[in-house]
Write a protein that binds this ligand. Structure first.
Ligand code: ATR
Length: 284
């Protein structure tokens, strides 16, 4: 339906923002559920970020998603930062309260786990160590969610070892956390008893080389997932599938991370379905 004068409004703040699939995702759900609402792309350059965030309440926005490059920079402009966002060190979802206060949260870890569980119901956190490749912002959300899910340990492996040590240091110390940094040149051997392998790097994305990782030592039952979703089947997932491992593509993480924001702004927890995947994958 077209938004009326009473429509609830939210959007996605990024720079650039034209590539974002979020308007498609939320627009699909608004239509599907017949909600009087709108979700719009908001191109905000870094130097206007504070003005834009302060303007959300003034404009009557219910909230917004935040994407590259603003996920960390947005934090000082918010009134409340929820625990998940504090641990991940970044905000991807803002909710404007009835009192005008801005609360920031991070749903990337939720999206990662919800996608993994939906696509691979047989995966159990206790199955074995989770091997995480990469140490950027996406890795941080993935590692936090895996520790919260109760994996026995996370093996963190990054081309630049120092970044993996920094991330482990930033997340370590909390009760029950077990993060082991493995050197990049030991990455193939580190797969030995893994229950899960996650690529959080840009390797395998269209225009990038494949992730340089030999899977020979990976147990056949280990689940393999990639946060890259262009292409849907990365060379890593293709190699894992060819040797019989359960695989989970990255598109579902994008779709699941959108659900809590939609619920907060528009009042209903939406579903991730094959039809939604088709809409998001359609060209154009
Ligand atoms: P994001 O915050 O979105 O995760 P990022 O901080 O740029 O993005 O992180 C990208 C990740 O891809 C990093 O772990 C990076 O490794 P470095 O820390 O060594 O840069 C990883 N990456 C990028 N190019 C790579 C390559 N050619 N081989 C292996 N890892 C690579």
């Amino acid at each position: 339906m077209r938004p009326t004068g009473k429509a609830r409004v939210a959007g996605v703040i990024g720079w650039p923002v034209a590539h974002s699939r979020s308007p498609r995702v939320h627009g699909y759900w608004l239509d599907l559920y017949g909600i009087d609402g709108a979700y719009v792309p908001l191109a905000v350059p870094p130097q206007r970020l504070g003005d834009a965030i302060r303007g959300l309440a003034a404009l009557g926005f219910r909230g917004a998603n935040v994407t590259v490059p603003h996920k960390q920079a947005v934090m000082p402009f918010l009134d409340v930062i929820e625990a998940a966002a504090q641990r991940i060190g970044a905000v991807n979802t803002i909710v404007v309260g009835d009192n005008g206060l801005l609360t920031g949260t991070n749903t990337d870890g939720f999206g990662f786990l919800a996608n993994l569980r939906a696509a691979c119901p047989g995966w159990r956190a206790a199955d074995g160590p989770a091997v995480v490749i990469g140490a950027g912002g996406a890795a941080r959300a993935v590692v936090v969610s895996l520790l919260d899910a109760g994996v026995p340990s996370v093996r963190l492996i990054n081309r630049t070892d120092a970044r993996a040590h920094d991330l482990a240091g930033a997340l370590g110390g909390a009760p029950g956390t077990a993060i082991e940094v493995v050197a990049w040149d030991q990455r193939a051997a580190a797969l030995g008893d893994a229950g899960l392998l996650v690529n959080t790097t840009t390797q395998g994305m269209e225009g990038h080389a494949a992730l340089d990782l030999v899977l020979d030592d990976l147990p056949g039952a280990a689940t393999v997932t990639d946060i890259v979703y262009t292409p849907l089947e990365t060379p890593l997932l293709a190699a894992a599938r060819a040797r019989g491992n359960p695989v989970v593509d990255g598109l579902g993480m994008l779709l699941h991370q959108a659900r809590p924001g939609f619920q907060a702004w528009f009042g209903r927890l939406p579903e991730v379905t094959p039809a939604l995947r088709d809409v998001v994958l359609a060209p154009g």
